[in-house]
Ligand binder design. Sequence first.
Ligand SMILES: N[C@@H](CCC(=O)N[C@@H](CS)C(=O)NCC(=O)O)C(=O)O
Length: 218
Amino acid sequence: MTMQLVSFKLCPFVQRSVITLIEKGVDFDVTYIDLAEPPDWFLAISPFGKVPVLQVGDTVLFESAVINEYLDEIHPPSLHPADPLRKAHNRAWIEFGSALIVDQYQMMIASDEDAFDTHHHAVVKKLAQFETLLGEGPYFNGASFSLVDAALAPLFLRFEVLNGWHGLDVYDGLTKVPAWHRALLGRSSTRQSVTTDFDDLLREYIREHGAYGAQLFG
Ligand SMILES: N[C@@H](CCC(=O)N[C@@H](CS)C(=O)NCC(=O)O)C(=O)O
């Protein structure tokens, strides 16, 4: 039975699950929807009206962290640390990563300079908090790729595109976070988690939604 993933091409939370599906070698089909005009069948199955949704037989799973934990359990070896305290710590930072992804989104679609500065400040602050946590790398837990890496890779994919922004340097003064970025962008699961038109779609989305960000692109 092939799992069915419902996706929106620009959703970072979907990409977390795609990375996990690829890392685990799971066969899956993808259906892309437009979140601006969500189809009725999607609204009927998605309790929050959000992607990702993963259909496994008759069961509908939602919430990227839950989907990834399920995939991790059914396809060992686990991509979590074995130690319960480390595992809980990783889960906590996955949650923190979700908040950072939302800050990044709000920064991208900021309509004016004040809003941009507020969200830019939040992004920079959270990245500095990650910098203090990271060790030798290349990944969050060291040598092995983990679910927390899958959770943050979509953030770095976006910074890869945003690097072209005039004057934007969210990594100023950081060394470990940009090294983590490079390690995750070097992984094929990260690169395969987006469609080939991702960069263009993201720029187009920002032009349509964020007046200030679009101006920075110029
Ligand atoms: N906590 C959720 C967040 C998912 C989410 O925010 N998805 C967005 C797209 S990136 C969505 O579907 N938004 C549609 C809406 O809010 O109506 C997860 O981790 O899966």
